[in-house]
Design a binder for this molecule. Structure first.
Ligand SMILES: CC(C)(COP(=O)(O)OP(=O)(O)OC[C@H]1O[C@@H](n2cnc3c(N)ncnc32)[C@H](O)[C@@H]1OP(=O)(O)O)[C@@H](O)C(=O)NCCC(=O)NCCS
Length: 133
């Protein structure tokens, strides 16, 4: 799914089904640098939700690496006090986890040292399930 302005691609999002149709991994999501902070990333995420709902998706999830100490989950041993550290996460260098939280995602876990010592992957997920049915 893409956003095009004046014949220029300014953002796109993709997702793939990894558990039958019920959970899809969001990847990639990119908005061109000069068009950021104008709601395009949010729009792409919300449009994706509509399409995936029609395909039977209940949960959208993604991994967002912290390889540069951009959050308090970087440069620390996440095998110690894992859930306390997740609960107390702070953004140090504009890591996108905060963008995803604003779109309704929650941090559901981490993979410690996924990209090297102290460089975790942060996992976020959002329910789009209709729980009234
Ligand atoms: C992350 C990204 C997709 C956000 O797209 P965007 O169009 O700038 O986002 P929006 O304008 O919809 O922002 C929605 C909200 O999130 C906030 N936000 C956006 N990027 C943020 C960041 N990096 N850190 C903290 N908050 C952020 C915005 O300030 C806005 O907050 P508000 O509602 O309080 O005003 C974009 O910055 C990007 O393409 N980054 C590079 C690629 C990337 O990191 N992709 C994600 C990989 S997991």
């Amino acid at each position: 799914m893409a956003v095009v302005e004046d014949d220029r691609l300014v953002g796109f999002v993709g997702a793939s089904p990894e558990y039958g149709v019920t959970a899809w991994e969001l990847h990639p999501l990119v908005v061109s640098a000069e068009r950021r902070l104008r709601g395009i990333g949010t729009l792409l995420c919300l449009e994706l939700e509509q399409v995936l709902k029609e395909r039977g998706c209940l949960t959208i999830y993604l991994g967002s690496d912290d390889e540069t100490g951009s959050t308090t989950l970087g440069n620390t041993d996440l095998f110690d006090d894992t859930f306390e550290k997740i609960k107390d996460i702070r953004n140090l260098k504009r890591h996108p986890f905060e963008f995803y939280q604003k779109v309704g995602y929650r941090i559901v876990g981490v993979i410690p040292d996924a990209n090297g010592i102290g460089k975790p992957d942060i996992w976020l997920a959002k329910s789009i399930a209709d729980r009234t049915r």
